[in-house]
Design a protein around this ligand. Structure first.
Ligand code: 13P
Ligand code: SF4
Length: 313
């Protein structure tokens, strides 16, 4: 990666290159505010997957993490998909290697495998259907009631779904390193300090946290709830990058980020998401790399369970 000349206007160059490359910039809500402001489209995992599938841009610059960019490539293979930092992974995806999932499946041949979209293409390829946090309940409810279910890789989302749907599932024991840092104790303390605040939480949080929340949902659902609620104050139990859009949607309200257990660190920020920077976004548009590539057989195998999810609407 060559250095960025000191005399260039990064923002003007990004604009110029975006047009020249016929590129679309997609950003997840957990990206830093500057990247969100530069994006053509901001969304949760499902919204970004749909935007990637439907774009006619020649290049998709995916400002998110690897599994999201990989999903874009699976859904729209004729586009060049680039990710500003290839090291932008995800602890959930890392917790579940494809061969281990395949072995789990083989040991339970009568089970259906439902995988959260936060997983590799290899894991998707061994799954029957994919879900995101915004459609997970619908996905589970669409499955034949007599079939037992293996759910991977997020045990917290899985436990939340068991609670919500009443459907028993065997859970892979993966967690999100960001959402597991939220403790019941710090939440209870904040609730006592702000008794009028509504608690909004992502289902990747531990059950002790989601049980206390007034609303649990995907990033887009938390944003919608905060914007449309008549309440004025919210304790936000997810990555605080989302607060940028909350402040844009409803600037008069107050959003209190739930800190991680160690309040001296910024461990409620996703270290993977935050690897992307405006500088790396510029380099990515200029050099059209790092690029997401995968064998076509893997892509087709991963597409099947993704397409089943997309077909649910
Ligand atoms: P959403 O699909 O709700 O945006 O979640 C993605 C994610 O990685 C949350 O940690
Ligand atoms: Fe993965 Fe958690 Fe980061 Fe989301 S916040 S990308 S689940 S590590």
């Amino acid at each position: 990666m060559s250095a960025i000349p000191a005399d260039i206007d990064l923002y003007a160059e990004i604009e110029r290159l975006r047009k020249e490359r016929k590129a679309v910039v997609l950003a997840h809500y957990y990206q830093e505010a500057e990247i969100q402001d530069l994006a053509d489209y901001i969304g949760d995992s499902l919204q970004l997957a749909k935007a990637a599938r439907d774009t006619d841009a020649e290049v998709i610059v995916f400002c998110g993490v690897h599994f999201m960019a990989e999903t874009a490539k699976i859904l729209n293979p004729s586009r060049k998909v680039v990710l500003p930092d290839m090291a932008a992974g995800c602890s959930l995806a890392d917790s579940c290697p494809a061969p281990a999932l395949a072995a789990w499946r083989e040991a339970n041949p009568d089970h259906l495998v439902v995988s959260y979209i936060n997983c590799s293409a290899g894991v998707k390829a061994h799954s029957d259907i994919i879900c995101t946090s915004s459609n997970a309940k619908r996905v589970i409810e669409s499955l034949p009631p007599e079939r037992p279910i293996l759910f991977a890789p997020d045990r917290n989302l899985g436990a939340y779904l068991i609670r919500e749907t009443g459907r028993e599932m065997d859970l892979w024991q993966g967690t999100c390193i960001v959402h597991e840092t939220f403790s019941e104790r710090s939440l209870v303390e904040l609730m006592a300090e702000y008794p009028d605040a509504k608690v909004i939480a992502h289902p990747e949080c531990e059950p002790q946290v989601t049980r206390l929340a007034h609303h649990v949902g995907s990033t887009s659902s938390l944003l919608k709830y905060a914007a449309e609620s008549e309440h004025q104050r919210f304790i936000v139990a997810t990555e605080p990058g989302i607060i940028h859009q909350m402040e844009r949607a409803a600037p008069d309200k107050e959003y209190i980020p739930l800190p991680g257990q160690d309040e001296s660190c910024a461990c409620n920020e996703c270290p993977f998401m935050r690897l992307n920077t405006v500088e790396k976004l510029y380099l990515c548009l200029r050099d059209l790399k790092p690029e997401i590539l995968m064998p076509e057989t893997l892509r087709q195998a991963a597409l099947k369970p993704l397409a089943r999810m997309m077909d649910l609407g």
